[in-house]
Design a protein around this ligand. Structure first.
Ligand SMILES: Cc1ncc(C[n+]2csc(CCOP(=O)(O)OP(=O)(O)O)c2C)c(N)n1
Ligand SMILES: [Mg+2]
Length: 280
């Protein structure tokens, strides 16, 4: 199905709501999942897969496709839900997440249609993205490469080595998105290792920078679509998000990082998402 057909009756916000509800269902399974950081990046993934990325669900390895790397691979449940909604594999398969025999594991692997590379060890996605961008340049392809990073992940030194390389190589078809939810595994990122002024940091590394509400999929799509914003420079979008977005009993809390939703909390989560959807 083309994006135009998929979005005939739905807005990006409608799609994001469906993806959130799949994420919640997956995290109510026996293994639970990285709920908070999945919910914070749903709108970014929706904007990318339903508006920006040039990908073909019938030919996931099309050499001319755009590339997406989930560097914060622990948010796999959000990626799976997005890929399924986009049509890479049946939505019904999501129910098997984390169960024996399922290819949908806690971190993404290549066996899942649409997944470019296995990720989960933080700090590697941007360097891999540089590789994709460089390879596409050498091959004369117009494809763009998008990499989604966590804000805690930015404490990995390898991120900044890759940032230097991307700017030196003038990889202007490389776009990083930082899920700036302000939290990592054990608490607030800025209490653990202050990163502000984050935009200035990226600028000083030679990147074009934009900051935006990370829960407005239309705005995200417009900005991401328009990259590169400055010729010859890689682009980074700092998406201001909320960890656990959509679930009032978890939003903004470090405890949302990894959750196995009890039947009661699963029901609370579903009704919270329904209320949010009804309020538009
Ligand atoms: C190299 C590495 N160290 C530690 C971990 C364990 N880990 C998984 S998620 C996480 C916190 C990441 O925080 P952040 O990047 O802010 O992610 P988000 O808030 O979006 O979930 C950590 C430490 C890991 N996956 N990889
Ligand atoms: Mg974070």
């Amino acid at each position: 199905m083309t994006i135009t057909q998929l979005l005939e009756c739905d807005t990006l916000t409608d799609v994001a709501a469906r993806i959130r509800s799949h994420v919640v269902d997956m995290c109510a399974g026996p293994e639970g999942g990285h709920l908070g950081g999945a919910l914070s990046c749903v709108d970014v993934l929706t904007a990318l897969y339903f508006s920006v990325l040039d990908v073909d669900t019938h030919w996931p390895d099309d050499p001319d496709r755009d590339r997406f790397l989930l560097s914060k691979g622990h948010a796999a449940v959000a990626l799976y839900a997005t890929l399924a909604e986009r049509g890479f594999f049946p939505v019904e398969e999501l129910a098997g997440f984390g169960r024996a025999g399922s290819r949908l594991m806690g971190h993404p692997v290549r066996a899942v249609p649409g997944v470019e590379l296995p990720t989960g060890s933080l700090g590697h996605g941007l360097a891999l993205g540089c590789g994709f961008a460089l390879a596409n340049r050498y091959a004369g392809r117009a494809s763009r490469t998008f990499v989604l990073l966590g804000d805690g992940e930015l404490q990995e030194g390898s991120v900044w080595e890759a940032a230097i390389a991307a700017a030196s190589l003038r990889l202007d078809r490389l776009v990083a998105v930082v899920d700036r939810n302000g939290l990592q595994l054990t608490g607030p990122t800025d209490a653990i290792a202050p990163m502000e002024p984050l935009a200035e940091r990226w600028r000083s590394f030679g990147w074009a920078v934009r900051e935006v509400d990370g829960h407005d999929p239309e705005l995200l799509a417009d900005l991401l679509d328009a990259a590169a914003w400055e010729p010859g420079k890689p682009s980074v979008l700092i998406a201001r998000t909320v960890k656990g977005q959509g679930l009032p009993f978890l939003a903004g809390r470090a405890s949302s990082h990894y959750v196995t939703l009890s039947p009661r909390n699963h029901a609370r989560a579903i009704s919270a998402l329904r209320v949010a959807e009804a309020l538009g």
